[in-house]
Design a protein. Sequence first.
Lengths: 974, 433
Amino acid sequence: MIKKQFFIIFSIISMLNLNCFSQEIIKQNVNFKSFKVGNQWGFKKENKIVIPASFDYITDFSENYALVKTNGKWGYIDTLGNWFIKPSFDKGQPFQNGVAYVENGKFIGLVESQKGNFILEPIYTNIIEDYDSYDLFIGEKKGYLWKTNILSEEIQIVPAKYDSIALSYDVLSCLKEDKMWDIYYNDKLIITNAAKDIISADYDYYTKLIRVLIDGKIGVYDLKNLLPENAWIVKPSYAWIDFINFPAYYLQNDDAEKRLILALHDKNPTDIDPDLFYTSENDDQITFAKIDGTIISDKKFNYIKTFFDDYLEIPNLFALELANGTKTTYLYPDFSIKEFPFTTLISHYYGSFSIANGDNCQYILDRNLAIIDSFYRVEQYKEYQNNPNGVYYDEYGNELYDDIYEEKVVQEPFLLVFRLNSDQVEEKAIYQLDEHKVISPWSISYQENQEIKRLDVNYQTLYIYRNNENAGYYIKGMDKGTDFKYSPDMTVYNLGKYFALFTNEEFNSQDYDSLDKKQDLFYYDNQKVNLISKDYKVSKASNYATEEYIYDPETGEENIKALQSFSEEFLILQNSNNKYGLISNNNLLIEPKFDTLLQNTSLTIMLDVTIDSLYGSIDLWTGNYIKPFSYYPFYFANDISVNNFPFSYATIYDEKLNETYFMDTKGSKFYCRPDLTFVKKVKRKYGLYGYSQIALDPYTEKMQVPAKYKKLQNSFMTGVFNAQGKNKKWGLINFMGDTIVPLKYTKIEPYYYNGDNNFSFITSIGKKKGIFDIVTGEKVACKYDEISTGDFFFGDFFLDVYLTSIDGKKGLITGQGQTIFPNELDEIMMEYADYGADTYIVGKKKNKKIAVSSNIISNFENFNYTKLVEYDFTVRSEGFVIKDKQFDIYSIATNSFVKTIKAEDLNLKGNLYRIVYQNGKFGAINSNEIQTVPCEYDFATFMQDRDDVMIGYQNGVKYYIYVDTNERYTEQQW
Amino acid sequence: MVKNKIGLRLGGIVGLLALFCANTYAQKELKSVFPEKWKVKIGVSTYRTNMVFHQGKIFVGSNGEDRNFKNDKLDGVYEIDAKTGKIVHHYEIPFSGDNDVNGVAIGDGKLFFGTDNYYFFCYDLKTKEELWKFHTPYDVESCPQLAYLNDDKILDVAFNVEGNSFFALNGQTGELLWENKEIEAHNGNSAPLKFDVNGDGTMDFITSGRGSANSDEIDGFKMAHYGDYNLAIDGKTGKTLWAVATGAGVHASPFIYQNGATTEFLFLDSYGQLCSINKKGELVRLVNFGYDNFSSPSMTKDKHLVVGRGALEFDDKMFEKDIESGVMRSKNDAKYLFNEVDGRISATTMIADVLARNSDQLIGVTEEGIVFISKTTGEKIENFKIPAGAEASLFIEDIDGDKFLEILISDLAGNLTCYKTKSKAKATFGRFR
């Protein structure tokens, strides 16, 4: 009795213990170890038996279950030893990724580990697993299973009853015994008895339209439409249907409507060229429709021709040439059909312009085929260009690898245009396509070798046009180009905003790379050309190397020894007195006054200059000029930095004063290196001192800056000090006492821009803040309560913008202090175009939003805040304004109206889910018409390329919602 | 009369030439030179497959009828009588799944191998029974290595797992000794070597794997580093002794090159850069070959490095030191000669005197079904056709005790064929692992 009671109590306790530990055991099933007793297997954990040895074979626990064999059959147990799937299989597999193969005799099936149910009953003779699917076989018959929904209750198996299966993207074509095809999409049977399979040519993946042949007729089916009866865009009633990508991609503006049109053929076209969509002229009648099936025009055509872009070498469909009987018309990008006055047309350079033939002239057309100009004749300019990939042979058949030049069209915005003069002689000129004007004088065109050279001058193109005898030039801003009055020698020197041309009178030398001839020197800025001088000889420093001849007495020969060449690029000027000057890369002009101009051997940016045998120097980057005073050229050391800039200095010995000191590249004198300068208090004032590093008197303390400051402190930059003046205001000085930031601020703090040091400081005057840049000066005045950077970027670059705040209102300014958004917004943030690279800066103002592309900085001069549209919602690159039950859609990038759309039509159709609009709110339903997201959103649309995620707005807050589970995330969480 | 004779003679010569040319261009079959001894169906193999000859039996893993089939009846390991080609035993995994086997190892009376079904097995060679199995996180693709890794006198086993760690298990119980997670095995294709790198008396392991890239810079047409390393793992502790970055994934297996007193480990990455690393983990030399190298390097006695169809002079005098990096690079005039056989070569080229010429030849196989034989300098001697292509490396050894070498070829049609040779030489490099 006692034993029995004890046993019952023990059992109860044991069961309770097991139950208490079960969850823990499940989590720790990796700690199970197998053990064997006789020929039976069981499991131990921490050396204790948890599952007795009662199995013929076991595997380790995998995904909480172990595959075991008993009495010749296989099943699965859980970590408590309970059957998860009872032993009923001839063979099984441990669970992997939630599934396991099971076998019964020759047949294979698949079970899942969530509930132990069959995904595939063991009726298959083979199952071949692929990355995202299974091929199913019953004997020779085939079926298919996508892995997408394998673990859901909505799994749909394509039965193994087909002779063959073909997959085109996500459309499955299955061949039946009667040689007809069943078509599946996302494991749903959508079409039966198709006459042929769907191949890639029949499927426009972007629009999700397929071309289907049924009963000898072609129709177009929309895969996005979940209701098959509504899915036929064009019912099978045509002999043939072309999918034509139209118009050209650069005109599409991401508008799906403008990507494809359908050409509906009454008769089978006899001559299909997939590149040209050209049909022969038979009695085929072609109608055109948009991708929603809307017929574009009642007119029928028997001929389609595309335009070819010679640069892209592909059809460039910004218009289709159509023939209706004998009349030729064109389908324009706006879907209008118009007659066309041209006989032929070729588009060029991504369709940016076209040249069309008229009756007696040629036309230049813009990308929308509007006439810009017309001339007797128009040609593209060709020149010989080096083709490193070209293979050519000499007369012996040997391959030539170097210097392969071939004639190629210059793809730049200018053309050659021709006219007949009064004597009916052809003349030619240059036509600038951007400016829509002739820019050169007219010249007789049979004169050969007209060349056009293009150079960059101050970010504009300088055109030099020449014929055999002379040359002229044009640059934007001139009314027209000059006459042919310059030397045809094409060596033009240009640097920054300067350019120089040889005048015709001076052209008499073969050696045009030296300072032999005078040139006209021009300065170009603000689209104005200014003549600087006619008297200078100009040469590029990189072309100029001084050299001397050295006589070798042993050989009796004179050998050339190069004395020097210049490391930096600049223009050397020489006047008629043989004095030298220069123009630096940053447009600094130093008039000729030097006897010599030489490269400094210690610092590449420095030039040594001499006057009367005394040396001075010029800093090519800053233009600092040290007047000649030294008998020797300066040697600059470059081993320290100040203000985060490298700091160069020379050591000078003054014989007269018997003094040695340091000198910077401006010529300023100092005694202590900036990294060894320190603050010293002298009689309640502060100055800067240092231990002189001059060799003659080291360790002597030297005054660098007199003690005149109320306070001096080290800053975070070497050689820079926080300085407080008499007025108790702060600024920054360098180790030589130069004021870097004026002493007028109540506070200065370093500003770390995205974690990197830069050269900006946040300055304060009272409670107002601004920004001072030690390079450019005060860039933001002290007028904001707060200034910070946000995480605004465009592509890979952080934008140079600052978030500001005044009285709690947010604004945005550029790095130069220009206002992007005034301080009237409640919030400013970055939004993303889903998976695209586009980003937008969005400001919230009460219930409205304003938005600009984060590319605004590069186009700021054209920006006008007051003209920004106020949106109710922004999604991707579009802004939406509610208007009754419709939405006006705008392009954020261009701030322009696109179209109006009804709420119901707002991109509602996904593959498996649909956005619905009920009682003024948006929600989502699945393919079984079950509501998965309640209609509680003021606005909703699918995320781009993600029809499982809906973007919805509720009370002004933007959410990303998984439509199957209704899980949602704010923008920031997402 | 004279003219006629000349005409006849010329005609004869031309005719003979034509016949010769015809014979030359029509590919000879391998069995015409090396008679077929036996053939057995075992399923397909891969370039990761090795064969082990043990006590008169050939042990080889199989990927089954088709590598893509799960539940393939031919999967497993075959024990074949080396003399007759009869299957003595088929080690079949008792449960379903993708039980493809590539590399096998035998030691201490046991058979060791891993599968694509996330398990590593140990079987008793006598009883044919499973002794233990170890659940791996993913497929075991390459060959295991056996070594004594501690003082318990038990022969242990080590192997890499695709995309995962390098494991060492107790050879008797299958218990985990250590796991190196520092650098994953990438595809796990590289078959590790064993060598006492640190001189502590315990074998260490030389292998390749993928960790984190040490740079995001671009180097020409590719990234400077994807994260692949050639590494040495301490056999005692499992710690990484050294890891040398290589510019691309490594599928080929390392080779030990004993260069006099210096030991160099040769690695070849899939962008074709061969590097040799010394015991200290220092990069000694670099040579560039072409893309897509799955075939592992080997070395002839006359110092020619063999990769696939070609051989490169590898004597030290054909190398010069790069001043900046200190690494030796092959001189421009180092000869690289190759057999012009067409087709992809995934198998490692073996080195043996199969033609009985008292000097070694290179012998390899293409996936298109050509066995090529070349001089050790790389130049072609003769190419032969076989019924099907092969990825697995040839196996060359006297397996039937007749003192002559046999050549075993496991092909992509699923057959293992044994060919006889007339050579009594010992193979210099006759087995992949």
